[in-house]
Design a protein around this ligand. Sequence first.
Ligand code: COA
Length: 334
Amino acid sequence: MKRAAIKGVMGYLPEDKLTNTDLEKLVDTTDEWIKTRTGISERRILKKEGWASSDMGAEAVKGLLKKTNTSPDEIDLLICATVTADMVFPDNANTICNKSGINNAFGFDINAACSGFLYSLTTGAKFIESGMCNKVIVVGTDMMSSIIDYTDRTTCVLFGDGAGAILLEASTDDTGIINSQFGGDGAGSAFLHMKAGGSKKPATVETVMNREHFVYQEGRSVFKYAVKGMANSINTVMKRSGLNAEDINWVVPHQANLRIINSVASSAGVPLEQVMINIHKYGNTTSGTLPLCLWDYESQLKKGDNLILTAFGGGFTWGATHIKWSYDGSDFSS
Ligand code: COA
């Protein structure tokens, strides 16, 4: 069977930082509480005039094309994972293509909250495996600062803005995206959602006054489901691929909370030195966390490394994917 391989990865982060000390001035919190309960020290916030999530995605995509020596005309499909598209419609994918000079592709968005990038990656891989596409870009981009209430201490300390993108092509060897397991539970929407702005409750003066256009989260419940969902998916994917803990070179977890990352790593039996972590620098960038981890750690990746990616998000949505890495990261000087 044809297999899809990741051929390059690129990230984009806004320059402006929002530190825990900055947040101490906005809400009743402390640097110590945030660090010990979440592992986050600072996050990036997009403040560039007129810019939105598609601009961060387009920057990552343009950098990716350049880095992998790929002409925009070669791209057949671009999938964008996001919960903060520039507009309710059209999608971000076509906007990003337009901003990146990609003219021969079709595109669409996937909204699976924090699992969006993982779901999009497998979706993109299927278009390669089926032979329908030769080159696919998957981008995750979220401007969480546009939907965060900076008067709510339970959510505003968690999220940041950022984007990452990867290029998929057919594998020429046994490396590539090997298998995925995904799960979902719509009952989870009670714990993590945005109350207004959708068709159920379109925007009115009242919804704005009631601050209903922001992320609503019952953190403690989400925490429990997240640990369970990711641990179960990792377990299934490892079994399907016949992997033991010692066969895994890297766990690449969604970056929502360092305590969640620690328990997911320990249930997979993988030491923390082999777990990609950048939550301290960026917080939870939703669709951006996984490609930004791959980007940060790319230089340490070797061809043939076994990576387990895992994510959990609103929906609830969750899953894990086993990738046999396709190139030596040191070949790229990103
Ligand atoms: N600063 C100080 N205190 C805070 C605080 C903050 N920023 N946020 C909450 N608190 C307080 C609460 O009000 C509560 O006080 P109380 O005991 O007086 O009522 C106390 O801290 C404990 O709150 P709790 O919600 O139980 O904390 P927690 O340890 O569960 O941590 C989260 C909260 C949100 C960090 C954590 O639950 C979490 O990460 N959840 C999962 C998030 C996630 O994975 N999302 C996935 C989708 S992206």
